[in-house]
Design a protein around this ligand. Structure first.
Ligand SMILES: C[S@@+](CC[C@H](N)C(=O)[O-])C[C@H]1O[C@@H](n2cnc3c(N)ncnc32)[C@H](O)[C@@H]1O
Length: 279
């Protein structure tokens, strides 16, 4: 089948669908990329044309199609200890503070966790801190990873990575300490895996079932969203943070101008955000 070019009106309609469904705003310059991804899905789902597929999408009855289309439009790029500084701050600043506060529990949310590297890097950092400071952290520790994409969540839940993925950001020492290795597959050991659990969650939907958190990692996803979605997400994240709670965003993201509930904290390693008192 010959690839079909998406008409401008169809592209604009598709952009509105995607923004409403998951918050992602597609620029004008993504027309070609979107068309080629939609052509692939047209073949995968055996539609006659992109138009036929988008007509079915509009009916709202094919949940699998909607999920796959959102999946194909999202960027799942991630790596172990991405940017390093959030994990340095966690180890040297946040965990010691949490330890001093003698909390009954420590809960961390990895929002938009992709294939799990962020959640498991947090888990490794906590495990290393516990070995160096036995008994300092609460007995109950939980990391909750969420994402809109069932495909990435399956990889996160399985905790099995290939050679290429396990190399991105992990030292040889950590690879050997935290994984078993067989036939090119690296499987996370239970001690690291069991600190984290994963759930399906669209950041535009309610956070009511998640409970409250001491720290939220929401990295490298807000950049794709509109001003209104950023504001809405950040304000609702403030509501699920415990007093003194911490928000860690991607290097090019900030709540400034979107949400009044956070203050910036500068460490030599980088910048994080703290829930303002009384928020
Ligand atoms: C670039 S990855 C970031 C992964 C990780 N936080 C990091 O910094 O390495 C962005 C993730 O956001 C997810 N995502 C996009 N829109 C979302 C939404 N509306 N709700 C939840 N997750 C979303 C994508 O599926 C993708 O896995």
């Amino acid at each position: 089948m010959k690839d079909e070019v998406l008409a401008k009106t169809q592209y604009d309609e598709f952009r509105s669908f995607l923004e409403e469904a998951c918050g992602i705003v597609l620029g004008e310059n993504k027309h070609y990329l979107v068309t080629s991804r939609l052509n692939r899905l047209t073949q995968e789902f055996s539609f006659q044309s992109i138009s036929a597929m988008l007509d079915t999408l509009k009916l709202g009855t094919n949940k699998v199609l909607k999920e796959r289309i959102i999946d194909a439009m999202t960027t799942n790029e991630t790596s172990w200890f991405r940017d390093n500084y959030p994990y340095e701050i966690l180890r040297h600043e946040l965990l010691p503070t949490m330890a001093k506060r003698k909390l009954g529990a420590l809960r961390i949310w990895s929002a938009a966790c992709s294939t799990g590297q962020e959640a498991y890097s947090i888990s490794m950092t906590i495990s290393e801190y516990q070995i160096a400071n036995p008994g300092a952290l609460p007995g109950f520790i939980e990391i909750v990873g969420t994402d809109i994409s069932p495909t990435v969540l399956k990889i996160a839940r399985d905790g099995i990575y290939d050679e290429i993925n396990v190399m991105r950001g992990l030292s040889q020492e950590r690879r050997e300490r935290y994984f078993t290795h067989e036939n090119g597959k690296w499987t996370l050991r239970p001690a690291i895996k069991n600190l984290a659990r994963f759930a399906d969650l669209n950041l535009l939907s309610s956070y009511g079932l998640l409970g409250r958190f001491d720290i939220i990692f929401c990295r490298n996803v807000l950049i794709y969203f509109s001003t209104d979605s950023k504001t809405d997400i950040l304000n609702r994240m403030a509501k699920v943070l415990n007093p003194g709670g911490i928000l860690i965003l991607g290097g090019s993201e900030s709540p400034t101008g979107y949400s009044p509930y956070f203050e910036m904290i500068r460490f030599p390693q980088g910048v994080i955000y703290k829930l303002k008192e009384g928020s």
